[in-house]
Design a binder for this molecule. Structure first.
Ligand code: ZN
Length: 414
């Protein structure tokens, strides 16, 4: 085989590499397969130890031929922070949080778009479009700006305004859509040929899964080439789960690690939980709630103030469910109230967490109280984005405004 090729996750068909249209004729998703023997010649634990702290330290397992095509803003190699007090409180062997908010665009989306936009540059593409609940849009905008590629981002109109405002700052054509992310995706598909856009939506091209894969490599390397027992991850389209699962399989194929795969936990938000419902159905239960997959009526937001987890139709639910089930993992939905409480808990630890990151904390508490998490478990949470990206303009009503020290004393005495 060549250095890399495509491989269908459902029917195992093999195809030459291409940088768009990742749907196999059988309906499965095409993923990148590498020549592991070739990779093993230079990708060794000792060589990695000497490399620059960036996700591009894993370049042999990323599908870019020429380093001059790499579009980088300094992504990856984010801190893995241990929370020893909470290990004691919750009776866990280890608890860490992977601080993905420290990526250059303030979210984990930097990783996928660094690879996706590098592939566009490698292919000579000039225009790219993405449907997004926010962070993917700002990441495409930033990386496309860096590469001199025109970005078109389509965002549901109730998404966080600061993230929306970031996109034109990077030079992207930014459009708000009165609908869900799949309505935004349908607009891109309708205009793709006429406008000359490459659709860089979830699982539409190979770069985003490959970029997210580096979270798995990093985690294993930061844990001295072991896997944690449990990964709790906020899940929308699912490219992060697919990417990390792929990373761990590649590390096993290289002989780096022999232990069991981590149990993957997909966290969603109550009201839009297709993975939770899909898992319940496949385990013989009935959906715990109905995810509304229809477009909201004009002016009426059915699930307002969405997070990145509001993806009613994940592009390959079958693959996601098979990963979660094979790993012995689970999926659960948490409420807005649980997320708000978790934001404060993480804030008390000095961590600025997005609602999605806070959702993993809420899920951890729920799984701990149910006894699903065991005292022998080492657990990793993902804080996928920064709280500030979700801030509302204007000062919160709860924060006082003063002019003098006397005002302060007055405030203190109220
Ligand atoms: Zn197939």
């Amino acid at each position: 085989m060549k250095q890399w090729e495509l491989h269908c996750s459902r029917c195992s068909a093999k195809l030459p590499f291409r940088y768009q249209d990742m749907k196999c004729t059988c309906g499965g998703t095409l993923l990148v397969n590498y020549d592991i023997e070739l990779v093993a010649q230079t990708f060794t634990k000792s060589s990695l130890a000497l490399r620059y702290p960036s996700m591009w330290r894993y370049h042999e397992l990323l599908p870019i031929h020429d380093p001059s095509h790499i579009v980088s803003l300094g992504e990856g190699w984010t801190p893995l922070l241990r929370l020893p007090d909470w290990e004691n409180k919750l009776s866990l062997k280890r608890l860490w949080i992977k601080r993905e908010e420290q990526n250059p665009t303030g979210s984990f989306k930097s990783r996928g778009f660094s690879v996706a936009v590098s592939l566009l540059k490698q292919a000579g593409a000039t225009k790219a479009a993405v449907p997004s609940n926010g962070n993917a849009a700002s990441a495409l905008a930033a990386y496309a700006g860096r590469a001199g590629i025109q970005a078109f981002v389509f965002i549901p109109m109730d998404c966080p305004s600061l993230i929306v405002d970031e996109c034109p700052m990077y030079g992207a054509t930014t459009i708000l859509v009165d609908g869900f992310i799949h309505d935004a995706a349908a607009i891109i598909e309708s205009g793709r040929t006429e406008q000359g856009w490459v659709n860089v939506g979830t699982l539409k091209e190979p770069g985003r899964v490959e970029g997210k894969k580096t979270m798995g490599f990093e985690l294993a390397e930061q844990l001295d080439w072991t896997f944690p027992d449990v990964i709790i991850y906020p899940t929308g389209g699912g490219s992060g789960i697919i990417g990390m699962w792929k990373a761990f399989k590649e590390l096993k194929a290289l002989g780096f690690i022999h232990c069991d795969m981590p149990r993957f936990v997909c966290v969603q938000e109550e009201g839009c939980q297709p993975i939770v419902d899909g898992l319940n159905t496949s385990l013989g239960g009935s959906p715990s709630s109905v995810c509304n997959t229809a477009s909201p009526p004009v002016g009426d937001k059915i699930i307002p103030n969405p997070t990145g987890m509001r993806v009613p139709n994940p592009p390959d639910l079958e693959l996601l469910l098979s990963i979660v089930e094979q790993s012995g993992g689970t999926a659960l939905a948490v409420s807005k109230e649980q997320i708000a409480q978790a934001t404060h808990s993480l804030g008390s630890e000095g961590i600025s967490s997005s609602p999605e990151g806070a959702a993993t904390w809420a899920a951890m508490l729920a799984l701990s109280s149910k006894g699903w998490l065991r005292p022998t478990d080492s657990v990793v949470l993902f804080n996928t984005s920064h709280a500030m990206k979700y801030a509302k303009l204007g000062t919160s009503a709860a924060i006082p405004i003063i002019r003098t020290y006397d005002d302060f004393m007055l405030y203190r005495n109220i």
